[in-house]
Each structure stands twice: as C-alpha cells, then as structure tokens.
Design a protein around this ligand. Structure first.
Ligand code: ADP
Ligand code: MG
Length: 252
C-alpha cells in the first residue's frame, strides 16, 4: 500500500510504522533427504520447496507490543528473521525503519539492523567468556562507540534490567533468567527502534519468564516490541496477537 508506506516514513506523523511487510512469502529449497513435501504445485525445476511463509502482510507501529503466535513450524521464527532484516523475502516487501530491505546492499542491511533492531533469542546467545557488561557492550563496539562510553552505557542498561550488581559476572555464573535479562540489555544497546523476541521465555520457569515479559512490555512504550511465542500466558501480555498457521496469518 503506497499511501500507508508514504505516511509511515513521514516523521511528523503520529502513527509511525517501524516495521511492515506486504504480501511476503518465504520458500526454502528442500535440502537432502528431508521429509518435507512441497506446498507449491508449480515447481518447474524439479526442486521441491518448503513454503515457510505465504502472503503475510502486517504493520507494527511505535509504542506497540505485538504478539506472534502459532504452533511449532507455523513460521514465527521465519517471520522474525524477515522483519528483523536477518533474511530477505522470496516475494513481497519488508520495510524496516522506512527502508525496503530488499533494496539494500548486504552492508547497508547490516548497518540498518545494527542501528534499529535488537533481538532476544530463546537460548540467550551470550558469549560465555565475556562478562555481562562486555556482552552488552559488544553491539556498541560495532557502532564505533568508545570504550569508556560503552562501559557506562552497558552498566546503565544492566541496571535497567535489574542486574546492576552483576556487571562482572560471566553467563555461566548467572541463572537462566538473569542471562536472558543480559540478552534484553544487549538488545537495547544502541537504542533500537524495534526489539524482536523469539520465544524468550521458552527456557525459563513461569515466574522468571514473567520478569522478562515485564521488561519487554516496558520497552514497548517508546519503541516497538514483537514477541513470538506459543505460550498463551505470554501472549496475553501483548497489545494484540497476530496468529500464524502453516505460514499464513489466520483471520482474527
Ligand atoms: P516456528 O518458529 O513457528 O516454529 P519456523 O519459522 O521455524 O516456525 O519454520 C516454519 C517452516 O519453515 C517449518 O516447516 C520449517 O521446517 C521450515 N524451515 C524453517 N527454516 C528452514 C530452513 N532454513 N530450511 C528449510 N526449511 C526451513
Ligand atoms: Mg521458532
């Protein structure tokens, strides 16, 4: 939709789309002897494909906390990868912070992601040999921020997630919930416009997971947060839920 895309990129507008996809499809070439069949019947080159997402359109605005639900294999992670610029669609358009990701070079896309996107994964993905503070500071290295400033910002972010007294701890010295809080702090380094969380409570018990959900809900006040989860209790915390099934958005 041209009109809404144009509107979304005007900074003066009150409603600001931070990420948007239009008629997005993502197919994967089926490798090796996998058991997946092809959903598409018109493969002309004998190469069966898996359609992970089909004809998905959505818009997320600043200030929104949006849930992405669906059973395992429904396409949640694939959609997060596309919306966050980690992957590009086979068909359709993804617009992230006003930029069409398919029109960018690899370097431009990396830079856009670095500046506008934070991601929290199910399994934390912290570097085990680095302190909590150094893990959080890492994205700031790539952004060219000097050491003293990085250390200060990382300490502030860890303070914000309630870990101000754990700056020097390594991931192995922290509980799962604490490690995920470090990952949330790292996602916030550089003050991104949108934070994606892919099953962030999947490895955590309910109470610990609730702390992470509180943090994510809080973050959505001045940016956007997209939470992929199959946990209805987690989805209950969001402003609205987009439901996926077999790679398609289900009608509400
Ligand atoms: P979810 O996160 O909801 O569990 P995914 O996005 O991981 O779902 O997967 C959606 C579908 O795409 C599944 O059928 C999955 O097997 C397939 N898929 C995901 N990634 C790949 C890949 N790299 N290669 C082939 N198929 C994939
Ligand atoms: Mg997934």
């Amino acid at each position: 939709m041209d009109a809404s895309t144009r509107t979304a990129t005007e900074e003066s507008d009150r409603r600001e789309a931070v990420v948007e996809c239009t008629r997005v499809t993502r197919t994967y070439a089926r490798g090796g002897s996998g058991g997946w069949f092809s959903f598409g019947s018109d493969d002309r080159d004998d190469r069966p494909t898996v359609t992970a997402l089909e004809d998905v359109s959505l818009t997320v605005e600043r200030g929104e906390f949006v849930g992405l639900s669906g059973p395992s294999g429904s396409g949640k992670s694939t959609l997060i990868h596309l919306l966050s610029g980690l992957d590009v669609p086979t068909e359709g358009t993804v617009t992230l912070a006003g930029e069409d990701v398919s029109a960018l070079s690899q370097g431009e896309l990396t830079r856009l992601r670095l500046e506008q996107v934070g991601i929290v994964f199910q399994r934390f993905h912290l570097l085990p040999s680095l302190s909590a503070r150094a893990n959080v500071a890492l994205p700031l290295v790539e952004r060219g921020i000097g050491k003293a400033e990085r250390r200060e910002q990382a300490a502030d972010l860890l303070e914000r997630v309630g870990l101000g007294d754990r700056l020097g701890h390594r991931p192995g010295e922290l509980s799962g919930g604490e490690q995920q809080r470090v990952a949330v702090a790292r996602a916030l380094a550089g003050d991104p416009l949108v934070v994606f969380a892919d099953e962030p409570t999947g490895e955590l018990d309910t109470d610990t997971g609730a702390v992470i959900l509180d943090l994510l809900a809080d973050l959505a006040e001045d940016r956007a947060v997209v939470l992929a989860s199959h946990d209805e209790r987690a989805l209950d915390r969001t402003d609205r839920v987009i439901r996926l099934r077999d790679g398609r958005v289900k009608d509400a």
